[in-house]
Design a protein around this ligand. Sequence first.
Ligand code: ADP
Length: 399
Amino acid sequence: MKILVINAGSSSLKYQLIDMETENVMAKGLCERIGIGGQLKHTPLVGDKPVFNEDIDLPTHSEAIAAVIDKLTSEEYGVVSSMKEIDAVGHRVVHGGEKFASSVLINDEVLQAIDECTPFAPLHNPANIIGIQACKEVMGEDVPMVAVFDTAFHQTMPPKAYMYALPYEYYKEGVRRYGFHGTSHRYVSQRCAELMGKPIEELKIISCHMGNGSSICAVDGGKSVDTSMGFTPLVGLPMGTRCGDLDPGAMQFIMNKHNMPIDEMLTVLNKKSGVLGVSGVSSDFRDLDGAKSEGNNQAALALDMFHYWVGKVAGSYAAAMNGVDAIVFTAGVGENSASSRLAISQYFGFLGVTIDEEANSKRGEDIMISTPDSKVKVFVIPTNEELVIARDTKDIVGG
Ligand code: ADP
């Protein structure tokens, strides 16, 4: 079975074609500047076909999907002989609200339910829907499609974790913690259990997804019981450009003082805050490490704050679960920054964590970075959201 995984954004579309016999990626690529020009980078990963990387006209997502199918099946760049070889499509969908606690076969009812979640993710869900509709248009109604939600894994949180202490009527309108990065937290926690050789039902795991956006998840017995992102992906840890937790009174103060409308305030909180805002240097942790080593105090402070927040939120999840067996680092920063992992692990001394610095210096593989006698095990596990989407699609379509 061959599954096409699609992650559609408002002007971009990422894809991978995965052979489910081997779980190998056959080809991957990215369409960008959809609607404002167009560019396609297509990388075949089987055979010795060349990479295609050119500007092409992509007025809508339909032309983008058509271009992807064209490249996947072409003589020169292709990895399959025709579209018929693609058995199903798995779509990443950001917000499933309280409607979706797991992945689901897409039909008209499901599409409508995804649309009803649009007020919770006004930038993402419409783009995901456009991606699904474009696929239907280009590939036909007969190719089964599955939606895999970023929020679904967190639907197991108990009310005490997902409720905000607001008047209850707002909860009835949908205001609650939903959490994001669920596909990643699910993948790395399962992989962690495999690496530990224990059933996930017996493990308490803290998953730290640290990329441009970052969130932490407490996974008890394989279920998400708490997570740091909330109603939106703006809160929790300070991130590349997002502010993380903030007193709403501080917003009111800034808005009054600068005569700032709410939309502009939210742009500041989403795009100009986080480690970028504090450092004044960059949202990229590589740049911050560089600036810190050149003596930039604000860059050093931004890094310190990020490490502190990861340490304190993870520590609070050890209390929430009344114990922890393993801590996992994943995503761009988690997988690549040995210095951040080490700095964060300093906060885990009270849990009996000791880090093996040689193991911590390795990269690109699943690895335990705690010493053999560390009471709580610490792992680096590269995340693989596309594989989870493909596996869910296979399970739903095949079953
Ligand atoms: P996204 O949240 O957009 O999926 P990623 O998980 O790909 O992001 O993470 C991207 C971030 O990873 C970059 O902004 C950068 O800060 C960080 N990163 C990547 N490589 C390194 C590295 N070698 N050292 C430190 N940080 C890194």
